[in-house]
Each structure stands twice: as C-alpha cells, then as structure tokens.
Design a protein around this ligand. Structure first.
Ligand SMILES: *[C@@H]1O[C@H](CO)[C@@H](O)[C@H](O)[C@H]1NC(C)=O
Ligand SMILES: *[C@@H]1O[C@H](CO)[C@@H](O)[C@H](O)[C@H]1NC(C)=O
Ligand SMILES: *[C@@H]1O[C@H](CO)[C@@H](O)[C@H](O)[C@H]1NC(C)=O
Length: 457
C-alpha cells in the first residue's frame, strides 16, 4: 500500500509542476518564440512523468484487485482508474488531440457518476460530483472542437449529459480497457456492502430547504461539516421530543430537572459547535473560490459559496438565540415581587431583633441574638446579591440575542427575501423592547440594593 501512495505522490508532484509550467507559458503570451517553446517542452516532459507514475499505480492496484483475497476493492480500483484517466485526458488535451481526450474524459465521468451514486457518505459523493464539475467545461470544449453543435439537448438533460450520451460502452471500454468488468464489480461490491451494513453507516446530507428554496451544497468539505451539524441537530430534536413525552403527567424533582438540563445543554453546545465549524469551512470556501457574486451586486444563487455561507451563519445565529432564550427560561429569574419580599422580611426581622436585644438581660443572650441578627442580614444580603447577579446574567443574554438578531438582519440573503426579513425585523424589535425593560436593574446595581423603590417600577 505504501508503494501506491508513493506513486500517487510522485504523479501529483509531476502534475503540479507541469501545471505551473503551463501557467508560465500562458503568462509569457501567445508569441511562439524560443522561450515559450522550451517551457512547453518541459511541461510535456513532466506530464509524461505523471502519466508513467499513474499508469504504474493503476497496474499495481489492478493486480492487487485480481488476487484471490483482493487487497484492493473495486471502488478503490475505480478511484485509481479515474485518476489515470484524468492524466491521460489532460495529456491528450494539452496536445490538442480532442477526439482522444474526450473519450478519456467521458469514461472518467461515467465512473465518477457510478461512484457518486454508490457513495456511502455525502462527503465521498460530493468529492465525485466536484471532480465531474471540474472536467465538464473541458468535455464541452472538446465536443465543440469536434464539431458538435450547441443546442442538441433533450429536456431535463445537461449539455454534458447529452454529450456523454453520444458514447456507448464500447467507447468506454476503449477509454479504459476492462471498463465493463470494473463497472460490474463496483455494482456488485456496493450491493453486497449495502446488504451487510443495511445502510446503517451512511452519513448522508439531508436535503436542505430554506425560505422555499432548495439549497445545494457542492463543496465536499462543507458537505461533510453540514452532515455533522445535521446529526447534532437530530440528536437535539429527538432528545427534546423524548423529554416532552416523559414529562407528561410526571412531576420532576428539582434534582432531576438539573440533571436533564445539563445533558440538554451539552447537546446544545454540540449543535452550536458543529454549526460553528461548518460556518468556518464555508467562509474559507468563499475565499478559495474567490466568489465575487456579492461584489457584482447580483442576486446570489442558491449554490454559490457566499449563499451557502450566509445560510449556515443564519442557522448558527438562530440556534444561538434559541439557546440563549432557553438559558433565560431555565434560570430562576427573580421577580420584582421576590426582591421586594426579601427586603421587607429583612427590615421586619431587624426591628424584631432590635427590640429583643433591648429587653434581654444577660450579655450572653445579647451576643447570641446579635449573632443571629447578623446571620439573618447576611442571608438576605446574599439573596439580594444572588438576585442581582441573575438579573445581570439575563441582561447579558438579551444583549447577546440582540447582537445575533442584528447580524441576521444584515445578511444579504435575508435582506433579499421580504418575508424572512420582516420576520427577523419583528423579532429584533421585540427582543430590544424586552432588553430595555431590564436596563434600570443593571445600570444601578448599588442603588438597587439599597434603594429598591428607585429601580422597581
Ligand atoms: C519571448 O516572448 C516573451 C514575451 O513576448 C519575451 O518576454 C521573451 O523575452 C521572448 N524570448 C525570446 C527568447 O525571444
Ligand atoms: C451529487 O450529484 C447528484 C446529481 O447531480 C445529486 O443528486 C447529489 O445530491 C449530489 N451530491 C452531493 C453531496 O452534492
Ligand atoms: C478575485 O476576483 C476579482 C474579480 O473577479 C479579482 O479582481 C481578484 O484579483 C481575484 N482575487 C484572487 C485572489 O484571485
């Protein structure tokens, strides 16, 4: 297996170098003078090297797949084949042999489609899809060079699908000797795998719809991150549903409530963590792709990296808000009444203690009474402090909610959708109104402790 990896690395290195040379040759301009000729020659030499390594890689993998106890499974062999075909196609293409190149390209595409269909994870499927997307323009270009006219497309078919449909199994067999057997092997392998595992190991992305639109994530890394986030969301939802069911008719003790709250918060953390990761991956994708659809002022399409990123950010923020609301809900927020009560109880006790102390005869009794009086005062003070701390925490949470909502309402995908925007805006106004209701408490913590009437309305 180590040999296979080494061959792959060597091939990749040669390929990367040839691509660099190609860029250099393009940069020096169209003029066919001696220097560009030398660069081109070097580029072909590197491509030949890459081809030699890839061929050796394929030969060894093929051999290992034919042994009685195969060490390379058909899916892996198909993956190696697509790699060889890509380098073969690139080589032919760079020599302007378009008829040769297109056979290699379409054979590779057929194999990739097979791998995409049988993929057990959305990540693997997206990788196959991405490889197809990358070579599609080249397939169109070859077909055009070979005299194919545009517009010969059946409905519901992409142009490249139509081009591929012009080729048959014999052509694919020509593209990759052993193609038919490989396809049969891959299908059988996938069938057996699914029969054994029953699809239990699948990590597939659930279809995503947002604001009435289907959202298509094509980048493999973003897909993988979103599969994780969806799993975390599912765990949260099913646990919530179960809890609701259990709660029917059963009165929980305080201890039980605290226990389940801890577990539930862990699930929430997991949701926010995985969504945060997905958001970071999607954000990097915008930079990598240099997605300029935002700068152009055009409406974002539902598969552009910027749209995907904003959608994931939207999800992250809405779940952050829900978690914050849950926090507020779960905190035993002191009410105006409970604070007033604590304070009035305290002053009544104080009075009682003063009279007691005055009437007491012995100094021992006096000191005991003093001790209790102090304790009572400190208890009610700590209660008041607790209440204020809770209020501050709640206000902080509302602050964080307001921030999240403001961020959401600034998203282009939200601004572009009237109904979504209106909903967000309404919620923003609502949260702000509540938040400012709390302000008098926390702006004057000292005053509120000593002169509660100033702050309690
Ligand atoms: C070839 O052309 C490029 C750009 O046109 C130029 O920079 C380079 O000096 C030329 N080389 C020779 C050997 O003429
Ligand atoms: C891969 O492409 C197929 C066909 O276009 C599509 O149905 C599937 O959802 C895509 N999968 C991923 C993960 O993008
Ligand atoms: C990104 O695209 C813009 C315009 O489309 C271009 O001006 C800019 O140089 C590109 N940046 C990178 C890093 O490719």
């Amino acid at each position: 297996m180590i040999t296979l990896h080494l061959l792959l690395f060597q091939a990749e290195r040669a390929l990367a170098f040839s691509q660099e040379l190609q860029r250099e040759a393009t940069a020096t301009g169209q003029s066919q003078n001696a220097s560009t000729y030398a660069i081109k020659k070097e580029q072909y030499s590197r491509l030949r090297k890459a081809l030699a390594y890839a061929t050796e890689l394929y030969d060894i993998a093929h051999e290992l797949s034919e042994t009685p106890d195969p060490r390379v499974d058909p899916v892996t062999l198909a993956e190696v084949s697509t790699y060889l075909l890509q380098i073969q196609a690139t080589t032919s293409f760079s020599k302007a042999r378009h008829d040769e190149a297109i056979v290699k390209f379409v054979t590779r595409r057929k194999l990739l489609a097979l791998l995409s269909d049988g993929a057990i994870t959305s990540h693997a499927q997206a990788l196959a899809n991405q490889s197809m997307d990358e070579s599609d323009p080249l397939i169109r270009f070859c077909a055009y060079k070979m005299g194919r006219k545009q517009g010969e497309i059946a409905s519901g078919q992409s142009e490249v699908d139509a081009i591929v449909a012009d080729f048959d199994n014999d052509a694919f067999e020509e593209g990759l000797p052993g193609y038919k057997k490989l396809v049969a092997d891959v299908k059988k392998f996938i069938e057996e795998r699914d029969a054994v595992e029953g699809g239990a190991n699948r990590q597939m992305l659930e279809p995503i719809r947002w604001a009435g639109e289907a959202i298509e994530i094509r980048n493999a890394e973003v897909v993988r991150a979103m599969v994780r986030a969806q799993a975390a969301l599912k765990a949260l939802q099913s646990a919530d549903a179960k809890e609701k069911e259990e709660q029917e008719g059963v009165k929980k003790t305080a201890k039980m409530r605290v226990g389940s709250r801890g577990k539930s918060m862990k699930r929430w953390d997991n949701v926010l963590g995985t969504l945060g990761d997905a958001e970071a991956v999607a954000r990097r994708q915008i930079v990598d792709d240099n997605d300029s659809s935002l700068a152009g002022g055009s409406v974002l399409t539902s598969s552009s990296p910027t749209f995907i990123h904003q959608y994931i950010l939207f999800l992250l923020l809405t779940y952050r808000i829900r978690r914050d609301l849950l926090f507020i809900d779960s905190m035993e927020t002191p009410t105006d009444k409970s604070i007033l009560k604590a304070i009035s109880v305290q002053s009544i006790k104080k009075k009682a203690q003063t009279s007691k102390v005055a009437s007491s005869a012995t100094s021992k009794k006096k000191s005991t009474a003093n001790h209790y009086a102090k304790r009572d005062i400190s208890i009610s003070r700590s209660k008041r402090e607790e209440a204020l701390k809770a209020l501050q925490a709640v206000t902080k949470l509302y602050d964080s909610i307001v921030q999240s909502v403001e961020q959401i309402s600034g998203l282009t995908i939200v601004e572009e959708r009237e109904n979504v925007w209106r909903g967000v805006n309404g919620f923003e106004a609502y949260v702000k109104a509540i938040k400012y209701d709390f302000v008098p408490f926390f702006d004057l913590p000292e005053a509120s402790a000593d002169r509660p009437h100033m702050c309690l309305r």
